[in-house]
Design a protein around this ligand. Sequence first.
Ligand code: LLP
Length: 422
Amino acid sequence: MDHFVYRDGRLCAEDISLAHIAEETETPFYCYSQATIERHYRVFADAFADADATVCYAVKANSNIAVISVLAHLGAGADVVSGGELKRALTADIPASRIVFSGIGKTGEELAAALDAGILQINVESEPELELLGQVATDRGVRAPVAIRVNPDIDALTHDKISTGKAENKFGIEWTRAHRVYSRARTMPGIDIVGIAVHIGSQVTDLEPFREAFVRARDLIVLLRADGLAIRHLDLGGGLGIPYGDEPVPSPDEYAAMVKSVIGNLDCHLILEPGRVITGNAGVLVTSVLYVKEGATRGFVVVDAAMNDLMRPALYGAFHDIVTVMEPAAKTEHQEVDVVGPVCETGDTFAANRLLPPLGPGDLLAIRTAGAYGAVMSSVYNTRPLVPEVLVRGSDFAVVRKRLSADDMLSREVVPNWLKTR
Ligand code: LLP
């Protein structure tokens, strides 16, 4: 459930019409609903309320500091994957004691920053990383709280590009080899083994692969404990899928029930890293129609947003629902069109053969379910400025990231002296 609904014929974010925001900020812009973010966080956190668990929001899904702040106010922790995300989470007042650091390519500086901040857990994904972390920690006279991310060799049955738990994927340490790595880790003075982590992929809509992966993690904990290792944390990653259309997906309650049935009375502190399920349906990308063009075989609606603003359709062939900001009259006949952006690539297509009401220049469209992996993945391709992000709360709204200007973009570039003509 989200808070983007038509009222008096206009699509609103909570109590404000998107058309009104568009007048103030111009299009394209991302718009997030605070009430929706809060609702999704609460539904997820409540599903684990009777478990010993920390919900660490996966900042990569939407890392705007205002969005992280909304979650910080609700008591969320954070899952970060770079020094930059760590800085964002701390800036948004997520306590370090609720931050976990994931990712397969952490640098020495990033590991040092995490140790200096005193975060809850560092998820180590390879033996060389373990060695580097041990060294960085020893140099600082501290012990790094480590979970080894294991690769359970489970197919998450999601898009190939966001599947992370198969043996051939770059992530984690093979679950069959993990025992050896723990044996090495326990001999290292800079390493404090606290847990085990798994994450099999994103937009996972079938609970079975999760269950199989969690069983492997659970069994490994039993084995490691039998060997005298005090494994206290079980980090189950993120990945729970959401509806982009009207497809059925498991609810956080169903997901939590499955987790609890696998974990039983293992007596572990659970760490959960949901991203998309918290912010995905809490955001839309609002764009204006520039032109309606009749092609040789089909009609094109050319809008002012493009693949650089929302990459998911171009990158993954992802479906995003597109609706008009002005509610179409009940019996309006819809036409099949392609909704495309201005970027010079055929891949810059938000939707092909999509049924939409008749459209003309200046009409506003909302591309839905764009709150996760939308703004964070945008680029300035074609020297298109990053678009504003707006946060709505009730009838208030604030621009929480300003539009970049062409000058901002050019200001970091330098023409060397030998090319200067004046
Ligand atoms: N934890 C780890 C270690 C992750 O790698 C991810 C996502 C998450 C948690 C959060 O997963 P979520 O709950 O959001 O599914 N750009 C892609 C998604 C990439 C996900 C990367 N890792 C997309 O637009 O679909």
